[in-house]
Every structure is written in structure tokens, then in C-alpha cells.
Design a binder for this molecule. Structure first.
Ligand code: CA2
Length: 143
């Protein structure tokens, strides 16, 4: 089965615990289950990881680049300012889909710009956690 990484950035481990009006009530554990199940239906071996450490995320992106593993990335706050994460994304050798649970364009102005989007194959924002399943489906169809 083809491996796919779903990589979640800072504070996403707190999903379901705070701000349910913005991020919904799904917990990160629920999100893991949703992605693994979607992967099984699509014939993908999905591995979901979350970190609050930028260096750890960059290490995972290097791992994906070296092993040609497609990535679904929710860079969370790093999306808006981390050139280091963007530079690691630009080294990816397989597909990259950027996902945001909320519609970042409907929110504060500082969330409107993503430094990742220009190096991603596609972007999904505002569709809640369903965005992850849609990203996996697109990857299954374009790997
Ligand atoms: O909408 C998204 O998925 C975001 O990437 C989430 C990030 C935010 O900085 C981006 O602008 C948009 C924040 C993730 C924080 O997640 C929390 C979850 C529960 C409670 C508090 C924060």
C-alpha cells in the first residue's frame, strides 16, 4: 500500500478541546481515525502525526521528500510565516495538499496569506475535517 503522511502543526493536538465554533468538536484522535479509515478505503497507508516543534515537522518533511511520500499538511500558524517549513515543502518529490479546517480567508487578515500555498499542488480550506478526507482522495487519484 502507498504511504501518505498527514502532518499537523502547532496546537492541532488540542482539537475538540477549545474553540469548537471555529474548529468543530472532532478531537485529534478522531481525526487520526478519520484519516486512517479514509486511507483504508482508498488503498493508502496513512500515517497521521502532530507536533508543536518546528524542527520535528521539518524532519518529517525531509523524510517524506527522501522517501517520495505524498503529504497532506496543516501547518497551522506556521502556514502564515514559516519560510523554513515552506523551504522543506518545496523539497517534496511527491504531491503536497495544504489543508485548513477553517476558512482562513474569512478570518483575521494575518491568516489570509499562506507561505505554503505557492509550493503546494492544491489547497483546501473551510471544509472542516472533511478537507483531510478530500485531500487523501485527490492524492489516491493522482499518485
Ligand atoms: O484552520 C486551520 O486548520 C488552521 O490551520 C488552524 C491553525 C490556525 O493558526 C490557522 O490560521 C488555520 C490553528 C490551530 C489551532 O488549533 C486549535 C484547536 C483547538 C483549540 C485551539 C486551537
Amino acid at each position: 500500500m502507498s504511504r501518505v503522511f498527514v502532518l499537523n502543526g502547532p496546537n492541532l493536538g488540542r482539537l475538540g478541546a477549545r474553540e469548537p465554533l471555529i474548529y468543530g468538536s472532532t478531537t485529534h484522535a478522531d481525526l487520526v481515525e478519520l484519516c486512517v479509515k479514509a486511507g483504508q478505503e482508498l488503498g493508502l497507508d496513512v500515517e497521521v502525526r502532530q507536533t508543536d516543534s518546528e524542527g520535528e515537522m521539518i524532519g518529517w518533511l525531509h523524510e517524506a521528500a527522501d522517501a517520495e511520500i505524498p503529504v497532506v499538511l496543516n501547518g497551522a500558524a506556521w502556514t502564515h510565516y514559516s519560510i523554513a517549513i515552506r523551504d522543506a515543502c518545496s523539497q517534496l518529490t511527491s504531491k503536497l495538499v495544504e489543508v485548513h479546517i477553517s476558512n482562513i480567508h474569512k478570518r483575521e487578515e494575518f491568516r489570509h496569506h499562506s507561505v505554503i500555498s505557492a509550493v503546494a499542488d492544491g489547497v483546501i480550506a473551510g471544509l472542516g475535517v472533511t478537507g483531510y478526507a478530500l485531500a487523501l482522495r485527490w492524492i489516491a487519484e493522482h499518485r
